[in-house]
Write a protein that binds this ligand. Sequence first.
Ligand code: NAD
Length: 255
Amino acid sequence: MNKHGQRFKGKVALVTGGGGGIGSAAAARLAGEGAQVVVCDADAGAAGRTADRLVEDGLAARLLAFDVTSSGEVEAAVASVVDEFGGVDVLVNNAGINRRGALLDLTAADWDASFAVNVDALFHLCRAVLPRMIEAGGGAIVNTASQWGLHPAPGHIAYNVSKAAVVVFTQNLARDYAPMGVRVNAVCPGEVHTPMLEAGLRRSGRTVADLDALVPFGRIGRPEEVAALIAFLASDEAPYMCGSIVEITGAQAVC
Ligand code: NAD
C-alpha cells in the first residue's frame, strides 16, 4: 500500500503539463494513490519520461502528447481517453507558461500565448471533459492558478492577468456545475522549484537561495507539496470544497 493511501483507486485522472515540475509530481501522486493517470503535455519527451518512471514503479500511467491550446487536439485526446478507460474522473489543468515583462516589454504574441495556454486551454479541456463527468454523476477539476493571479508581482502582467482569469474561471465553473456533482477548485502556488522557475532564474541572474530568503517559511515550495494539495482537492476527502482558491506559499507575501 502506498504510504499516502489509495484515494484514487479505480479513477481515471488526466494531468496537463505532466512533463513539467508540478504536473509530473501531481501525476506521480495520483498514480501512487491508485489512479490510472494520463500524462498530457505538448513536450512528448518530458511527458514520456514522467509516464515511464511511473510505469517502472508499477503504477498505471500513459503518455498522451497534445497541445492544450488546440480545441481539435483536446477533443481528440479526451475522446481517446474515454474510449480507452471509460471516462475521466479527475482533470488537473496544470499546463502553463510564464511570459515575463511589463506591458511595454511584451509583444502581442506573448499576450496571446499566455492566454491561449493559461486560460483558453481550460475552456477547451473543461468543455471536453464536463459532459463525461456529468454523465458519470460527478468529478473533480483542479486548476493550477498562481499566487500572482491574486496578488500580482510586478513585471509579469500577461501571466498575472491570465492567472487571475483562472481564479474567476474556477469560481464560475464551480457555481455552474456544482449542482451536477462536479467540484472545481484551484491551487495558487507561490514560488515552486520547477523547470519554469529555473528558466526565470537564468533570465534574472538570481539563485534559489535568493528566493528562499524571501519566504517566511525559509524556502520556496517543492512540486510534491503542491501535488499533495492538488490530490487532496481532487479526492473524496474534500467533498464540500467547490469553488475554493487555495494559496500554498510558505506565508510568502508578493513584493
Ligand atoms: P513547467 O514549465 O515545469 O511545466 C509546465 C508544463 O506545461 C511543461 O511541461 C510544458 O511543456 C507544458 N505546456 C506548456 N505549454 C503547453 C501546451 N500548449 N500544451 C501542452 N502542454 C504545455 O512549470 P511548472 O512550474 O511545473 O508549472 C506548472 C503550473 O504551475 C503552471 O500553470 C504554472 O503557471 C503554475 N505555477 C508555477 C509556479 C512556480 O513557481 N513554478 C508558481 C505558481 C504557479
